[in-house]
Design a protein. Sequence first.
Length: 109
Amino acid sequence: MKLVIAVVQDNYADDLIDVITEAGHGVTKLATTGGFLKAGNTTLMIGVKKEEVEKVISIIKDVCRKRNQVITTPSPVTATTGVYVPYTVEVEVGGATVFVVDVDQFIKI
């Protein structure tokens, strides 16, 4: 048994949960925050048989595609002399961070 832990952006979470459950897998959803943009994200925990890990990772790849997003640069953290003018920059966001770990026991009560 394996535990697939996928950290995805919030806007991908519902679609990913739908596709994973349609494929016959249970999902536990955790609301989390972090990352470069300090945006909300979702951590999904999916318990699967060892031979199903690649299928689940493939589903995650299909749903959680990377894309470009324009953001405004944050103001500097340290005090500066002069005027700070924020500017926009395009960054790549999306995708997923996936961990696969062994599970000693899986008990559904």
